[in-house]
Design a protein. Structure first.
Lengths: 319, 678
């Protein structure tokens, strides 16, 4: 059933006023809605049929049976409500993805005192996922999120619903977590590397060789150092955990530069930068990134790549 | 689309539920129904173990056609209560064959509700109802199970939840049962529950009542409001028989009397005799409630003269109650009987003609007629004739027995002068015959006499073997007077009942052995009395709870029976119950509870924020709060500091306990501060 647009708009506004965005939500009576399911209406129909039967056969026991069905329905309202009430939701992780593909957002469900069974979570219009949250535990759930374009994609309103325990009533709530997913630019291949800071840039790329860095010395290991640069041989000899330091090759410092792509549209610039980030990362070539308002020092590795991609995705609002 | 599969942890519950729900019908139904259920269960369990494929559409269709066919063959039709129920139960188990998705399970559960309801159409005892409640519990368990889609869910958890929910639902059900107004049937649907084939017929020929006397089935129960009449007074009149053809006594109404004038129905035109009856001074009466077992007849049993207080029945001119339609299921009615009223009904000319009529054939009872006329000549009054006749029965060697010799030719003379062995119907019949021959209007009354008291409920239990026949004679000035010739022959029949009257003679003892009664003493007797008591209460309060008794109860409970007050009571009671459950269920929901000390702090904090009209930093220490107060209200500086000191001491000084006294002290300080803050 689709409501007319003005009513629909009004309803959406009312919902967002009533259920404001927040990083953590505990479901309570302000947020929980409840209504019979189709089967619930059918069940009430059966109860009325038995009522009419009891009246007509003048059979008080059949009548009591219909009353029992009605009473179970009433009690089920409380139990169904209780199954959602007190459930907490908060931001879980977030996995970015390329624009036009999908990322996913983590939602952590927690419950302090009560078991919550068979809770369905979904974004509006997508397939739901089911989870149960026993008392005193936390469960994380990853929900896929379509990323239509580059940038921050704010988590849409999430529907949390449950028909447990009898399936007669559906209780649901809308949760807007302050949560977003970054959509990286779609890589766009280009011949020219938008980099400066090295004469050999073009040569390096075309030859496809790894950069020939010169060994400079050792220093003791600091958390965060790449495992590939640890002096494993020395460690085996018992000299302790040390990290090898290299000199940057002369002219080998690549700076992927926003300004190098003068005259290209913003999204296209970002897409090209993205492509080169991926290429250089595959070649394990250290690279830096210069964007208006953000500079990433040259480095290599997965973390560096992700940081670079996230910066491209977040442009122009970093942070 | 989500595709639900019925979770494995619920399959066993479904099987148990299907078997439990169908069981009452399988026990009363045909063997093939049980066979079908077993077949379905075997196929299904093999399929669940991957031994065979679940039967496809074709096989299921074939089974369905087969079931309809067998139903047709066994019942001759596929509609009507018996055949319909057989079909429903078969459908119920067949449906289990195709339960794959959640929706199928829903259908099975709904069918289960109907199967449970049909069980209650045929058997309404408290035991059956308890069993159906158990089935409902199982159905709820299944409902919970199919909605619990976690694969690791524990089957016993479903039952626990179902029990909790059912326990909460039952009080709500009771409220609904008591308060929801009973409306009249929308259309008439009666089910012949196949009960009560034994019972009184509407005529009396020799041997009929003695046959009835060999059954110890329940006829009806009577609960008195107050005194129970003496044993000798407990005559439950059912029918009066006034036409005699020489062998059989039959019901008749006087020639020329309109049936409507003879039987007064409430709401109909009131005949003269009823008006004068109502106008008469009643004297004291016995008030009682009768719960009658189904008889398939319209007459009701009551002592004379019954004035109906609750129930649906008309009063006939021969002082008996008549229901508007045959009693096909247990029915209750409340009556007050006024013995004095019997003189209020006159004997009209047409009545007299009927009550004096004898068979045309003068050869029937020739000797009896002679004897009666002799008595008439010898006595001055009708009452003397009655006395003479009773003396005759008492002094001649009459013998009271359940097995009288046959009377093939003339039941009156053969009995009176040859065999002299008979049961109550022989005595009543021949006595009435002789009274008529002596010119005294007389009729035979059939009904029950006596009844066994249940000490627990102080109600009487009247069984078929209490069936009895006696006479009523019309005496000038007294009206219809009861005369029981059996009492002249076997007084213990009236005082102690049939068993006592017959226990002395050998030939009836084998009949007696078959007759049940409360065992005289011991555990068994107590148990029987309890069973009877529960059954009686059940009949009265549950099965007999109709719109009349509902109105009466509501008048007592609510003081009024207006729709508004009923609606309010219904709404109020349910809200109260649900509110109570809500409190229990959401008890844990209140989240973090403040300690009394915290409450003290936050109240003051709030008040200060209110008074100064600006929010306060929630991170203030008590000392800082006191300083804030002192800065804004210099007059309150001293008590504020005092308060902070006391508070911090209670909180941090191990020598000072934050006990009730300390908190009370803090509250006093806070209240003083409130005043100073204005």
């Amino acid at each position: 059933m689709r409501l007319p647009a003005p009513i629909q708009n009004y309803y959406q506004r009312w919902l967002s006023r009533r259920l404001p965005r927040s990083p953590l939500v505990i479901l309570n009576q302000r947020r929980i809605f409840i209504f019979p399911t189709g089967y619930g209406f059918f069940y009430l129909g059966v109860a009325s049929l038995l009522f009419v039967g009891g009246i007509n056969y003048e059979n008080n026991l059949v009548l009591s049976l219909s009353f029992l069905l009605a009473s179970l329905f009433l009690v089920a309202i409380l139990h169904t409500y209780q199954n959602l009430s007190g459930l907490g939701l908060r931001n879980g992780g977030s996995e970015s993805g390329y624009a036009a593909e999908s990322g996913s957002l983590g939602v952590t469900l927690f419950s302090e005192r009560r078991d919550h069974y068979c809770i369905w979570l979904k974004w509006e219009g997508q397939a739901a996922q089911q989870i149960s949250v026993p008392a005193g535990t936390e469960s994380a759930l990853w929900l896929n999120l379509a990323l239509p374009r580059r940038g921050r994609v704010v988590a849409p309103r999430m529907k949390v619903e449950s028909v447990f325990p009898l399936g007669l009533l559906r209780t649901w709530s809308y949760v807007s977590l302050e949560h977003y997913c970054l959509a990286w630019p779609t890589p766009q291949a280009s011949q020219e590397c938008p980099a400066d800071g090295g004469d050999e840039t073009v040569q390096v790329v075309s030859s496809g060789k790894a950069g020939n860095e010169e060994f400079r010395g050792l220093r003791s290991y600091v958390a965060g150092d790449s495992l590939r640069r640890i002096d494993w041989k020395g460690y085996a000899r018992g000299t302790g955990l040390n990290t090898k330091l290299f000199e940057d090759p002369a002219g080998g410092r690549l700076w992927l530069n926003w300004d190098a792509l003068e005259g290209v549209g913003t999204e296209q610039r970002l897409s090209i930068l993205c492509y080169w980030v991926l290429v250089l990362d595959q070649q394990q070539q250290p690279y830096g990134l210069k964007l208006p308002g953000l500079t990433l020092a040259p480095d290599t590795g997965d973390n560096h790549r992700l940081r670079a991609l996230d910066a491209l995705a977040a442009y122009p609002e970093f942070g | 689309m989500r595709v639900y599969q019925v979770p494995t942890h619920t399959r066993l519950w479904l099987v148990i539920t299907i078997i439990a729900c169908s069981l009452p019908q399988l026990l009363r139904g045909h063997l093939w129904q049980a066979g079908l259920v077993v077949l379905v269960m075997v196929i299904r369990s093999l399929a669940d173990r991957q031994r065979i494929q679940l039967p496809g559409k074709a096989i299921r269709g074939l089974l369905m056609v087969g079931v309809v066919g067998i139903t047709w063959i066994t019942f001759g039709r596929i509609y009507g209560p018996e055949a319909g129920v057989a079909l429903l139960v078969s459908l119920f188990s067949l449906k289990y064959l195709e339960v794959v998705r959640q929706r199928d399970a829903y259908v099975v559960i709904v069918l289960g509700y109907f199967v449970c309801a049909t069980a209650l159409l045929f058997e309404r005892g408290p035991g059956m109802f308890a069993y159906v409640l158990l089935c409902m519990l199982l159905l709820t368990t299944c409902l919970i199970g199919i909605n619990h889609s976690d694969t690791g869910a524990r089957p016993m958890g479903h039952v626990r939840r179902a029990v909790a929910m059912s326990l909460q639902a039952v009080p709500v059900m009771l409220v609904l049962f008591v308060l929801v107004p009973r409306v009249a049937p929308l259309w008439n649907m009666k089910i012949d529950s196949g009960q009560a084939r034994t019972g009184m017929s509407d005529s009396m020929s020799p041997g009929e009542i003695s046959e009835l006397s060999q059954s110890s089935e329940l006829a009806f129960r009577v609960a008195f409001d107050g005194a129970i009449p003496e044993k000798g007074e407990r005559y439950w009149r059912g029918l009066t028989l006034s036409h005699f053809d020489g062998r059989t006594w039959q019901q008749a109404i006087p020639r020329g009397v309109d049936k409507q004038a003879y039987l007064f129905q409430k709401g109909g035109p009131e005949p003269e005799w009823h008006k004068s009856l109502m106008a008469q001074d009643r004297g004291s009466g016995y008030r009682y409630q009768v719960i009658m077992e189904p008889t398939q007849r319209t007459w009701l049993f009551a002592m004379k003269v019954p004035v109906l207080e609750q129930g649906e029945a008309g009063l006939a001119r021969d002082m008996r109650l008549v229901a508007s339609r045959p009693i096909s299921e247990s029915v209750g009615y409340t009556v007050t009987s006024y013995p004095n009223l019997s003189s209020a009904i006159g004997l009209e000319r047409s009545d007299r003609a009927l009550m004096l009529s004898l068979p045309e054939d003068q050869n029937v009872g020739r000797r009896a007629r002679g004897l009666a006329q002799q008595w008439q000549l010898d006595s001055s009054t009708d009452a003397d004739v009655v006395k003479q006749a009773l003396r005759h029965f008492r002094e001649k060697p009459f013998y009271y027995t359940l097995k009288p010799p046959p009377l093939p030719v003339d039941p009156i003379d053969e009995f009176l002068f040859v065999t002299r062995r008979g049961f109550c119907e022989h005595y009543a019949s021949s006595f009435t015959f002789m009274m008529r021959a002596a010119g005294i209007p007389a009729r035979v009354v059939v009904g029950y006499q006596g009844g066994e008291p249940n000490e627990l409920g102080s109600h009487l239990l009247v069984r078929q073997y209490d069936a009895h026949a006696w006479s009523e004679v019309w005496l000038e000035g007294k009206g219809w007077v009861r005369v029981d010739p059996t009492g002249a022959v076997a007084p213990e029949r009236i005082e102690d009942g049939l068993r006592a009257a017959l226990s002395g003679n050998g030939e009836d003892s084998n009949v007696l052995e078959g007759l049940r009664s409360f065992a005289s003493s011991g555990l068994l007797g107590k148990l029987q009395q309890w069973t009877d008591y529960v059954d009686f209460q059940w009949q009265t309060w549950v099965l007999g709870y109709n719109s009349q008794s509902q109105m009466q109860l509501l008048r007592q409970l609510l003081g009024s029976t207006s729709p508004l007050s009923i609606a309010l009571a219904l709404f109020g009671a349910i809200t109260l119950l649900l509110g109570l459950y809500m409190l229990v269920l959401l008890r844990q929901d209140r989240g973090y509870r403040q300690t009394p000390m915290e409450r003290e702090f936050w109240r003051l904090h709030q008040r200060v924020a209110e008074r100064q009209g600006a929010p306060l930093d929630p991170g203030l220490t008590p000392q800082q709060l006191a300083n804030t107060i002192a800065a804004r209200w210099p007059g309150a500086a001293k008590p504020a500091r005092e308060w902070a000191l006391q508070y911090q001491q209670a909180l941090y000084n191990p020598a000072v306990l934050a006990d009730k006294r300390r908190i009370r002290h803090l509250r006093r300080l806070r209240n003083r501060l409130y005043k100073l803050l204005g």
